[in-house]
Write a protein that binds this ligand. Sequence first.
Ligand code: ADP
Ligand code: MG
Length: 672
Amino acid sequence: MEPQRSPLLEVRGNIELKRPLVKAPSRLPLPGTRCKRGPDQMEDALEPEKKRTRGLNTVTKLATSHPRGPALTARPQPQGQTTAPKVPKKTGPRCSTAIVTVLKNQKPGPAIPAQKPGAVAPPMLGGKKPTKRPAWDLKGQLCDLNAELKCCRERTQTLNQENQQLQDQLKEAQQQSRALGAECRTLEGELARVQAQAEQGQQELGNLRARVLELEEQLGTQESLVQELQKEQLGLQEERRGLAARLEEQERSLQASEAALSGSRAEVASLRQEATTQAALLVEQGERLHGLEMERRRLHNQLQELKGNIRVFCRVRPVLPGEPTPSPGFLLFPSGPSGPSDPSTRLSISRPDERRGTLSGAPAPTTRHDFSFDRVFPPGSGQDEVFEEIAMLVQSALDGYPVCIFAYGQTGSGKTFTMEGGPGGDPQVEGLIPRALRHLFSVAHELGGQGWTYSFVASYVEIYNETVRDLLATGTRKGQGGECEIRRAGPGSEELTVTNARYVPVSCEKEVEALLHLARQNRAVARTSQNERSSRSHSVFQLQICGEHAGRGLQCGAPLSLVDLAGSERLDPGLALGPGERERLRETQAINSSLSTLGLVIMALSNKESHVPYRNSKLTYLLQNSLGGSAKMLMFVNISPLEENVSESLNSLRFASKVNQCVIGTAQANRK
Ligand code: ADP
Ligand code: MG
């Protein structure tokens, strides 16, 4: 298949092919032949001919000019109107120079074809000088001219044809040029598109290269990962083998277990049956246990009643460092009927009778005062020993009997030590209040196993000069306590409550400790305003106990009151009555009045009088529910071991003895 030729090449080919035609004008008459006359003269002479061949020079000029020169691209003249650019009229030599210049500008082409032999040679052709006719040979000259004219006409015709051909070629070339221009534009557009594509391709290539790099990097990572995974796989395969071995072993043991299980199932069935029997037995036992618990409560109460609903314990504190040692025989603790192993119940104080001694002048004889109580604790008795006896009463409180424990005695005899404990928080010297509460919580917990649930609410107040103040006050009321009033909890209610006082639910020792600490702080603040007020006031710690047996619909509730009474000492009648002493006298009178009211209330209860003077003092009014017929009372009479306090000690012992003689009727548990 022949390759498609570019139109441009085609044109070039055409032009080259036709170049010989273009060369033809070079055979124009040479200068010097007829130029003497000049073109103008020729024109004048051949006017009609000139008019017919006007365009010849133009064509000749066009043809002789460079084929690819500007003349070729000149605007094509419409046919028939061809007006050749004016050739400057030049005289002979000039004209020939122009033609020579045109010829020079032409590219060297193929050799001029040889003139046909026999063709009529114009007189100037071939450089041959025509034979000069004599001037007279006009005919010859005319003949020459005619021949020359004929030759010129032929040539003109040839040139016209050439011109026509060239114009056709020009048109064709122009068409080709247009086509080429269009093609060129298309190609340029295509080139631009291709370039854009190439750019895009470059960009894509760049991206792809980056992507390739990235992928190569990823590949590297993946390869290392694969290696790691392969390693891991190896490890896992190893592990799997181990596990498979273990599994096998487990399966074997499972089979053994299953065999054992089927044996166990049979055992379980028999055990279940046994459990059902046991459950029935348990219910029966529970019933029995409850019956026994009620019986225990009844017997416990009977025992307490046999011991007396009012009991008096005497406690003698030890001689403190720095205090004078009392003379031997001043305080004696005679043993009971069964000897020293018996718990001590008796106490003797020997007091010198100063009046008799003075009269006779001899050393004063001593008078021995014997006292007997439910229990006497000599100075060496520890707090735990004292509490052992109280534990029984605490049990009664849980069983639903009101319990009231007092500490009575002169200031400094050990009341606070007995009730709250010694200083420093040493557990050995813990007093009755923390011990009693701990015991309560522990017994309540035990009774929980039998279906009993207990709740405890504590309050702590002091009664000073017949005013009640809260010892558990916090915040702004701290230390001042605010005035409190004793009121019935509700209309027709037997229960008493202290207005403005805090009632704090407690469930563990720590909470009780915190309350006792707070009470001590409140007392300390009060002491700064009034010296030693604590010993001049009664401190009443009360715990409301509520028990419930939901399963049997049983409830029991009772207050447990622990009272640290004000110092029972009387005012020395020999003291001068200054303003301070008068205040002291008033305090003392208030204390004495409330203490004697307590004695009177106990007497009235013992004598079963119709009127019990509870209202005569705030103390008895507050404690009335803990002192009645169903209550159990315990009074500690605290004694100083010092001889100097003998008078107050005897007073306290006498008061306690009176209380000890009282018997309050059979206590009834507060059951609902
Ligand atoms: P009261 O409260 O009757 O005024 P306290 O309880 O404050 O008396 O006791 C006065 C002092 O005697 C305190 O320092 C106390 O620690 C100490 N005391 C009281 N009883 C005992 C005792 N049984 N053992 C050791 N010290 C005691
Ligand atoms: Mg005290």
